[in-house]
Design a protein around this ligand. Structure first.
Ligand code: UTP
Length: 293
């Protein structure tokens, strides 16, 4: 019987140092792109891709994420009394969205460690991992594209993107070989992967981005790795062990990724998302045109 991807894990226990001081007392996952926290874009993508269980890995100071997906009784009552039905609908749609489970990562020991924290809640089934600060704007949600691949291949699938030049060193980098499938050149088989290699040592220009579908065998791998790049338990190192046991694929998704965990990436995403909005796009475009740049 073929396996389905029902659960989506959101590691959200990192310290968000690239976005200080905004992230001193506020999780980076709650930074709003226009008017929606970045993690909500990810949760909506997971739901649109067929996941019906959301697992968020949180840590100290991340209470506002739980509050965001919870019912806000006082706010709803106030909006009801003031007959603000449109706003009430928006607020309710968030808490009605889906069942969210939380698990704590007591110390920020790395992305691999954060994923391992979800082991009991995930159990023995394939699952998705989404990094909320990679916001991907796509006609077909990026995770949905990957679920389609998983449904056919029944193996782990990682999202990948071409990164030109020296910037590749900031990513996990893939060594791949072609595979024949109905997905054409977008799908490749992974031979190896290395976290943040030096530019001269990068095996390709294919970077790992923040969407993964993994088989549960990755948990044993993650519990067997040592700290790697940056003194953290790296998900890439766990996946490299998984490669020794199972085939893994990388998929060049269709869509545009914004690194919203980085200040410049966040600004670009804000402008592009605002321009696309029905209610804001026109006046915002006018405003931008009037700037003397
Ligand atoms: P990042 O490296 O992008 O996030 O980790 P960070 O550490 O929060 O941010 P910077 O680099 O200091 O600015 C990718 C994802 O993994 C999570 C983060 O929350 C983010 O979603 N993460 C990272 C954890 O959950 N736990 C960790 O120990 C590390």
């Amino acid at each position: 019987m073929s396996m389905k991807v029902r659960k989506a894990v959101f590691p959200a226990a990192g310290l968000g140092t690239r976005f200080l001081p905004a992230t001193k007392a506020q999780p980076k996952e709650m930074l709003p792109l226009v008017d929606k926290p970045i993690i909500q874009y990810g949760v909506e993508e997971a739901m649109a891709s067929g996941c019906d269980q959301i697992i968020i890995v949180t840590g100290r100071g991340k209470q506002s994420i739980e509050d965001h997906f919870d019912v806000s009784y006082e706010l709803e009552k106030m909006l009801e009394e003031r007959k603000k039905t449109d706003l009430l609908k928006i607020v309710r749609s968030i808490s009605d969205m889906i069942h969210v489970a939380y698990v704590r990562q007591k110390e920020a020991l790395g992305l691999g460690h954060a994923v391992l924290m979800a082991r009991e809640l995930v159990g023995n089934e394939p699952f998705a991992v989404l990094l909320a600060d990679d916001v991907i704007d796509a006609r077909v949600p990026c995770l949905k594209q990957m679920v389609d691949v998983f449904n056919e291949m029944q193996c782990s699938v990682i999202a990948t993107q071409v990164i030109e030049g020296k910037a590749i060193s900031a990513y996990g980098v893939l060594d791949v070989k072609p595979v024949s499938s109905r997905f054409g050149e977008r799908l490749v088989e992974i031979k190896n992967m290395v976290e943040k290699p030096r530019f001269e040592e990068a095996a390709s220009n294919l970077a790992v981005v923040g969407r993964y579908i993994l088989t549960p065998a990755v948990f044993d791998c993650l519990s067997n790795i040592q700290t790697g790049a940056g003194g953290e338990l790296q998900l890439t190192d766990g996946m490299r062990l998984l490669l020794k046991k199972e085939k893994m694929y990388a998929y060049l998704y269709e869509g545009k990724r914004h690194d919203a965990g980085d200040k410049l990436g966040f600004l670009k995403a804000t402008v592009e998302f605002a321009l696309k909005r029905e209610d804001l796009g026109k006046p915002f475009r006018e405003y931008l045109k009037g700037l003397k740049l």
